[in-house]
Design a protein. Structure first.
Lengths: 122, 122
DNA sequence: TGAATCCCTGACGCCGACGTCAAAGGCACA
DNA sequence: TGTGCCTTTGACGTCGGCGTCAGGGATTCA
């Protein structure tokens, strides 16, 4: 498929897809005239990229793992980095949970105050 | 205390603290000569700011809730936004967990491949 | 064969959370 | 009174993940 279809099927902009290629996260074949052509598997690939971005990974962190995702093969040094990233994600999750609980506490306090009908001062 | 000490005690840069003030997340008194002076409570305040930043809140989202955190008072409209932010955080947490699990799967596959002694091709 | 729609590269713009530098003035201790 | 560090404002720089525009070719359908 061509880039427009891939964009439509993934919900990612054409510009973003080209950017992913620039960052070597996503490869493409080219027609004789230079247009990008993607296999079906690209859809899944893009979803994975988005998911890793959402997890806070930078493209530079994603790039080296991509060839390995495909084959399931990896060098030990890379394995280290992956585990490190995993740790970062775990930490981030805990951070988020703590922050959410804090927000809950604020909400609880606000609810209590709201019942007394007092507005928020500025 | 002055800005340098607050920075040291919170692990946040002086520049960042001034930025927080610019964004009206953090207030300060001034000496006659114009130097910033903070109360003890500023330490906690900065920690809260950092925590909310870490949770993905933007300074514009944090600013309006700050006076309310102090007094525990809030207007209903704001309450809406807070709840919306809470939802966003929950979603983000789930995203992160999913991404972590995906990474775990990749790691598992990599481990298996590593046992066969195959390197990661480039 | 034309018209609409797609696609290409290259380049500049944007935004948020600061980093960094410049030029100047304070503060503490000798 | 010097000297060495702290602080001030102001302004420009950075970085990542794109958006957006310009100026051109490719595809497709009638």
């Amino acid at each position: 498929m061509r880039i427009g279809e891939l964009a439509a099927r993934t919900g990612v902009s054409v510009r973003a897809l080209r950017y992913y290629e620039e960052q070597r996260l996503l490869a493409s074949e080219r027609t004789a005239s230079g247009q990008r052509v993607y296999p079906e598997s690209a859809v899944e690939r893009v979803r994975l990229i988005r998911q890793l971005f959402a997890a806070g990974l930078a493209s530079k962190a994603i790039e080296p793992i991509m060839p390995c995702v495909v084959t399931g093969e990896v060098v030990p040094e890379l394995l280290e980095r992956l585990r490190a990233e995993r740790e970062r994600m775990d930490a981030k999750i805990n951070e988020l949970i703590a922050a959410r609980d804090k927000l809950d506490a604020i909400l609880a306090g606000a609810d209590a105050a709201a019942h007394k009908g007092r507005p928020c001062p500025r």
